[in-house]
Design a binder for this molecule. Structure first.
Ligand code: GLA
Length: 348
């Protein structure tokens, strides 16, 4: 049976709720989710927490990180134009849920904002739980994805919201973004996962939507990319669209192989696939930056590092490295070891 997120009845006025949702790092499989492909992310031990009590007809939230508080009357007429801008995610979720009872309280996060570690998805998922969502993890993720589309106009896939909702302690998640089947894959003890912040980024106004459109164009010519072979992509007339499709098709295959490597404890093989993934995101999909390529190259050369790549949507953001568990990698404000954790929940 599909797991259900724990329930908070928002009608139980006066009773405080604390909902917490993790960020995520994607180990491999980027720009595959919105064509129904494969991804292999994990929820990480960095969280967004929404805490408060039910409030009739309104949402009032302060944010430790974003300074400007949010005050909204429900229902919200236009989530995309709510100010301050961080409140758009909250408004989008409240609208999708059709809430008439809101919340009064606060938002805090330990997920770096604008780093490509899904701080926005975590805010959406934590908000939905705090507002009393009783949906299954899959439905919750779908609702939050729709909220993000409305709030930001970015036509994102399902990976971030689903990982935040469905994370499993000590496991990466092999997600088929077509069926939404999730297979937890245990992370071997002999590897560590390290994230390094490289540059701030936002997908709003980026070329993310162009990439989604280019993949749709490729699918018009050769059918669903999740079913296509590398040979099929050769039939695509336009060289740019052909390169985008080649990335997606080859990335799906790398994810399949990477999951097998993890299951076999082959961390070295896993790292090589990560390196190949970065190269394809750089050259075929053109979502990396020079700064990111340099950081990745340096990381790949470190003793004990099996593989390194950009992670998430790109155009800046973070790099992820997989290294031997004994490797001594720098730990500082920009570089930290992450642990795979369970998904979003009401914590009190
Ligand atoms: C962003 C999107 C995801 C996914 C990644 C790239 O994080 O929100 O849906 O497309 O980029 O893999």
């Amino acid at each position: 049976m599909e797991p259900y997120c724990r329930i908070y009845m928002s009608s139980a006025k006066g009773k405080p709720v604390v909902a917490r949702a993790p960020g995520r790092v994607n180990l491999i499989g980027d720009h595959t989710d919105y064509t129904g492909g494969l991804v292999l992310p994990m929820a990480i031990d960095r969280y967004t927490t929404v805490a408060g009590q039910a409030l009739d007809g309104a949402i009032r939230l302060t944010s430790e990180q974003m300074h400007e508080p949010l005050a909204l009357n429900l229902p919200v007429a236009d989530a995309a134009n709510v100010m301050p801008a961080w409140g758009r995610y909250v408004a989008g979720v409240a609208n999708e849920m059709g809430c008439t009872v809101g919340i009064e309280g606060s938002v805090t996060t330990t997920i770096p904002i604008g780093a490509g570690l899904s701080s926005s998805a975590a805010l959406e998922v934590a908000t939905a739980l705090a507002l009393g969502s009783t949906l299954s993890v899959t439905e919750l993720a779908q609702l939050c994805r729709r909220a993000e589309h409305v709030a930001t106009g970015v036509p994102c896939g399902i990976m971030d919201q689903l990982t935040s909702a469905a994370g499993v302690d000590g496991h990466a998640l092999l997600i088929d973004c077509h069926t939404l089947d999730i297979e937890p894959i245990a992370l071997p003890n002999n590897m560590q996962v390290v994230v390094q912040w490289v540059a701030a980024r936002t997908l709003v106004g980026s070329a993310y939507a162009d990439r989604v459109a280019q993949c749709a164009q490729a699918e018009k010519e050769i059918g669903p990319l999740r079913l296509a072979s590398v040979a099929d992509t050769n039939q695509i007339a336009d060289a740019v669209v052909r390169a985008r499709a080649l990335h997606v098709v080859s990335e799906n295959e790398r994810v399949r192989q990477a999951a097998e490597c993890l299951q076999a404890g082959d961390v070295q093989g896993f790292g090589l696939l990560m390196n190949e993934s970065h190269e394809s995101l750089r050259s075929n999909f053109a979502v990396s930056t020079e700064q990111m390529d340099n950081a990745v190259k340096q990381a790949q050369a470190l003793p004990g590092v099996y593989g390194a790549r950009m992670t998430g949507g790109g155009f800046g953001g973070c790099m992820v490295m997989v290294a031997d568990s004994d490797a001594r990698l720098p730990e500082n404000d920009n570089t930290w070891r992450v642990r795979a954790v369970g998904g979003a929940a009401i914590v009190s």
